[in-house]
Design a protein around this ligand. Structure first.
Ligand SMILES: NCCCC[C@H](N)C(=O)NCC(=O)O
Length: 437
């Protein structure tokens, strides 16, 4: 390939990546935006908090349930089709949400947003695997997760400001239109691999050559021993962190140290910022070093240190609290290397399924850890309530933190069993040996 061709290929690749990342960020925005509208939604539909929770949870349930099918489709059909169509479905869901006159219809809208959105992350990770050099997979995965989380951050602060000018209906109407437009553009512009635009310099194996049955392949991914330690290690770092910042991280500080919600959110923000920055740094460092496992193990150890610190160290609100929240956030960036390991441990033909399995596992774990944390605190509390709301002290939270430490310790043990994939070079060497032999 001459220099001119290479330049044109690079331009096309980044344009396609930009379109995909735009819909990924929009998806993250939609995922968390209902939190900002909670009061408006409850008032408009005359719902209780639990009904509102059920409606917003529809997104997560659908999203999680569809991860594996999305992985199968990413491998068998391709990112262009699944993300393009998924974005249009999510956009239609968002439009229905914005017009819905009833609770039932607003819930259907939310469900469609989850259904369409479920294809996006796995689609991008598959696209990255096909289009970017394997030596850069860690870095590009880190950048992808960082940008997605930026979409989540936009749904918190800036959306709250925007709400003084626009209603939730206008906001979802606009995001719906943007999602549909992006979906169409993705379908038209994105190509699944460089071969599709006439270049033949990728490590990807053409889907056309794959005549295996998808269910057999999926079973082979579930049976792949090297995937499970990665998943357990990721639960011990990433799932515990998400479960904490998503629910218990703020009340722990307001109940134990009498901080305001605004002050307490600064600590979870510190964790998220640490997570975002560390995602890019760990991906880059792992690519540069040419190894994955040491980064997985060190992150798991860091998670244990962070949770143990929150559990037994004499920390307070202030720098010590910020430090511990940041440590558990930084450790969660292990996910970037975890995704790279599973992608490299399996054949490129089933990379989407393997990535989906780990992502779905982490989502499921977050959904389990959050109520378990509350349940443990309820079991340990004397049932004291103020205006019908349970009152917890730091001692109650310590039981929940103990569970977090336990999960991270199990993850750390699992991390020792993670396979070293040498950034994909191992598979390449094995394939070379097979070809030569
Ligand atoms: N509830 C959040 C789980 C996060 C899992 C994983 N770290 C992630 O960010 N996945 C990206 C996605 O949007 O699926």
């Amino acid at each position: 390939m001459d220099q001119l061709q290479n330049k044109s290929l690079q331009r096309k690749k980044w344009l396609m990546y930009l379109l995909l990342i735009a819909i990924f960020m929009l998806g993250f925005f939609e995922r968390f935006a209902p939190a900002v509208f909670a009061a408006d939604l409850m008032a408009e539909f005359q719902t209780s908090g639990s009904m509102l929770g059920t409606m917003t949870a529809m997104y997560f349930v659908t999203y999680t349930a569809l991860q594996i099918p999305a992985g199968v489709l990413a491998d068998r059909v391709g990112p262009r089709e699944i993300v393009g169509i998924g974005a249009v479905i999510a956009g239609l869901g968002s439009l229905i949400f914005s017009f819905a006159p009833t609770y039932a219809l607003v819930s259907i809208g939310r469900l469609l947003v989850g259904l369409g959105g479920a294809t996006v992350f796995i689609g991008i990770m598959k696209f990255n695997a096909e289009w970017f050099a394997k030596e850069r997979y860690g870095l590009i995965s880190g950048i992808t997760l960082l940008l997605g989380n930026l979409g989540a951050a936009l749904s918190a602060g800036p959306l709250a400001v925007l709400l003084s000018y626009a209603t939730w209906r206008n906001t979802f109407f606009l995001t719906g239109l943007i999602a549909i437009t992006l979906g169409i553009l993705i379908y038209v512009v994105v190509r699944n691999s460089p071969q599709e635009v006439g270049f033949n310099q990728t490590q990807a194996v053409s889907r056309k050559k794959n005549r295996n049955r998808w269910d057999k392949e999926l079973r082979s991914v579930f049976a792949e021993k090297s995937v499970w330690p990665v998943l357990i290690a990721s639960v011990g770092t990433n799932a515990v962190f998400y479960a904490f910042v998503g629910l218990w991280g703020v009340p722990l500080l307001t109940d134990s140290f009498q901080l305001t919600i605004r002050e307490a959110s600064l600590y979870t923000t510190a964790g998220l910022v640490g997570y975002g920055i560390a995602s890019v740094v760990i991906g880059w460092c792992s690519d540069k070093a040419g190894v994955r496992k040491p980064f997985v193990v060190v992150s798991s150890v860091l998670a244990c240190v962070g949770w143990l610190g929150l559990l037994i160290a004499p920390w307070q609100s202030g720098w010590s609290g910020f430090l511990l929240y940041t440590i558990v956030g930084v450790s969660a960036a292990q996910m970037v290397v975890s995704f790279a390991v599973v992608k490299e441990a399996v054949s490129p033909l089933v990379a989407g399924m393997a990535l989906a399995l780990v992502n779905a596992g982490v989502f499921l774990a977050v959904g389990g850890i959050q109520p378990l944390f509350g349940l443990i605190m309820d079991m340990m509390s004397d049932g004291a309530q103020v205006s019908g709301v349970s009152v917890y002290t730091f001692t109650h939270y310590q039981w929940g933190l103990g569970m977090m430490f336990f999960i991270s310790a199990v993850g750390m043990i699992a991390s020792m069993f993670v396979k070293e994939t040498y950034c994909g070079r191992e598979i390449e060497m094995e394939q070379k040996e097979v070809n030569e032999g």
